[in-house]
Design a protein around this ligand. Sequence first.
Ligand code: FE
Length: 195
Amino acid sequence: MNPLDTLAALFDGEGAAEYFGEAVTQAQHMLQAAFLAQGEGASASLVAAALLHDIGHFETLTAHHGGSSGAELMSGTDNRHSVTGAEWLAGWFGPAVTEPVRLHVAAKRYLCAVEPDYFGRLSEASVHTLSVQGGPMTPEQATAFAAGPYAADAVRLRRWDEAAKDPDLAVPGFEHFRPLLADLITAQAPPVRAS
Ligand code: FE
C-alpha cells in the first residue's frame, strides 16, 4: 500500500482511540501538534515529525516490533514508542523527520531538567509516563542531549506535544498534510527491517 494510505488508515482507525487519559484522541493529538508546528512556521520535516510523533503507540506497529502498547506504558512498562515510531518511519522518511520523533521522549526528560517550571506543564498522564521513561535527565545527560544535531527540533516538537491536548481545538484532518508528506517521502529508501 502507498505509505500515505497506510498512514491515513492508521489515523482513521487506531487513531480514533483514546489517548491514555487525555481529553483528545490519539489522532487529534498528533493533528493538533502538526497544526501548531505549521502555525509557528516550522519546516515541512518538522511538521511531519509533529504529525507522526506518537505513531509508535499504535499497536499495529508495536506488534511488528515485538514492543508493548501504550496501555502497557501507562501500566508501568516503557514501550519505547519514540524508537518504534522512528524506526518504522525510517522506511519512508529521512532523519529530519525521524530523529525528532525518536528524541521527543528524551526532550521531555531534558526540558524537565533544564526548565524548573516545565514539569508543571505536563499532563497527569505525561507525569506518570515520565517516571516510567527514566525521569528528568541529570545535568550531564542534559548537556549531552542538547549537543545532538536534532535536539533543538525535538525540543520544539515536545512543546507542541504538550500543547496538543486541547479538546476544544479543531484542526485540519490528515488529508491536509498529505501533500507535505508526499514531498518528503524518500521512495527509494529501503525498509529498515523486513516485517
Ligand atoms: Fe505526544
